[in-house]
Every structure is written in C-alpha cells, then in structure tokens.
Design a binder for this molecule. Structure first.
Ligand code: F6R
Length: 262
C-alpha cells in the first residue's frame, strides 16, 4: 500500500486525479472503476477541469460503477446511474454506451450480478478502481463481515450507512435498504486501486484499513492484499495512523520514476 497524506480534501482530489490521469494518458481506452458518494467528487472535478482544458480525453475510456441501490427508480436523482451520469460521464466526456452501473432493478438480481462481473472480465478487467471508504470501513457497499472473496451481489446496507447517506435524500426513510455492489474479490481483481478519504469521521476506518489486522470487520483492510493500492488521505483522515511520519518520509523521497505527479 502506498499512503499519501495531503493537506486537505481539495488536495486529496487533485493528487488522486493525477493517478487516474496517468493511467488514461498511458491507455486512452482504460477501464475505470467508478465510486459515487462525496469522497471522489474532487477527483472528478479535477479531471473534468483537465478535460475542459483539452489536456485529457476520456472518450475512449469505459467505466463500471462500484454499486447501485436496489429498489430505486433508474431516473431517481440519487440512483447511482443518475449520479454517475451527472458527476462522471457528462463532465468527463465519457461515452455513455461504455459506462455500466449494476442493474439494481433486474428481475433476477443474482443473474444480473454475475453478468456484471462477467462484463468486467470481458472488458479486460478494471485498470484503475476509484474508491471511498465508509465510516464503518466498508468499500463499495461491502459492509463489515463481507467475505474477502465476495463477488458482485446484493447486500443489505448497514444502519450507519443508511444514516450517512440520508443527506442525499429528502427523507431518511427514502434511503434504500439494499444495494448491488462489486464484491471485495471483484475490487481486489482491479489492476490498480486508488482510495480517497477526507475528514475526521473517516480516521478510524482509515487506521483499520491501513494498519489494522486483515479483518472482515474492516472490509477496507482487504486492500492490504492488493499489489497496487494507493491511499490518499487528508490530515484529518490520517489522524489515527501511527506510522504517518514514515508515510510522509516515503512519499517525499519517492524516486522520480515512481512519481505520478507532473
Ligand atoms: C460509493 C461507495 C461507498 C462510498 C462510501 C463513502 O460508490 O461504494 O463505499 O465510497 O460510503 O461515502 P462518502 O464518500 O459519501 O463519504
């Protein structure tokens, strides 16, 4: 794991965006794994500014969303299909036909989930997976006790996750109880992952993910098994890391050939 501690939330988005940009520059038809929620918004804004400036082109890239609510209409403004279109596809100039979101409305959820994993594999796998982390340590919507081997499937949202996501809905009771999410095994198959976390509410989850034991109680800790995971956190989210001086030292002394900033 590479841990990058930055000043604030805006810097976290900017630095993580550099990582994604470097993948798309190297491979214009890259396959991106797309998270929703607040954490990656700075990444998408930073990438969109570079698209606007003519420095980056996502028109040949494709994308797979991490998750989708189950039991919410497709055109609901908070369905992840709507959020991905609004926050990612349109601002980045992606081809909507190349971007998929799990089908939370499928008659047969199990078949739809299996087909989603098959589609990712058929696309050659995810080149870079963007992630946030929940306050309870979830990545995707793999809530605590999710299997590290899990594939895309239906999950019940933890009460804390529903409460955290209530800010996106007019009424907390409207937050769906279920979702379809890439599994931890699906996420671990991505060639590279970049996770961003900002704010003190994430500090405990970040510490568990990076320095805690491998444990299904902190699903993010599964990333310790990934060969190429970059964790970009602001000072507040890094507050409970015991080796933060070491992470700063490592990043400051990165050899030029390993740097992703230009
Ligand atoms: C989003 C997702 C979740 C969020 C997490 C953090 O697609 O899968 O894991 O990344 O709940 O949410 P925010 O970023 O809103 O704090």
């Amino acid at each position: 794991m590479e841990i990058v501690i930055v000043r604030d939330a805006a810097e976290a988005g900017r630095v993580a965006a550099l990582k994604i940009a470097s993948v798309v520059e190297r491979k214009p038809d890259a396959v991106l794994g797309l998270a929703t929620g607040s954490s990656p918004l700075g990444i998408y804004e930073s990438l969109a500014a570079r698209v606007e400036a003519g420095e980056l082109d996502f028109s040949r890239a494709s994308g797979f969303a991490l998750d989708e609510y189950v039991g919410i209409p497709l055109d609901h403004p908070e369905s992840y299909a709507s959020v991905i279109r609004r926050d990612v596809v349109e601002p980045l100039g992606m081809d909507p036909a190349r971007v998929r979101v799990p089908d939370g409305r499928a008659d047969d959820i199990e078949v739809a989930a299996a087909e989603y994993d098959e589609a990712i594999a058929a696309a050659g796998g995810i080149d870079i997976q963007i992630l946030g982390i929940g306050a309870n340590g979830h990545i995707g919507f793999n809530e605590p006790t999710s299997s590290f081997a899990s594939r895309t499937r239906i999950k019940t949202l933890a009460p804390q996750t529903r409460a955290d996501n209530a800010r996106f809905f007019d009424d907390p009771s409207q937050v769906p109880t279920h979702c379809m999410t890439q599994g931890l095994g699906t996420i671990l198959d991505a060639h590279e992952v970049v996770l961003v976390a900002q704010g003190s509410a994430k500090a405990s989850a970040v510490a568990g993910m990076v320095e805690g034991p491998l444990s299904a109680m902190c699903p993010g800790s599964a990333l310790q098994l990934h060969q190429h995971a970059t964790i970009v956190v602001d000072e507040e989210a890094a507050a409970l890391l015991t080796l933060s001086d070491y992470y700063r030292y490592t990043y400051a002394n990165k050899p030029v050939w390993q740097r992703f900033e230009h």
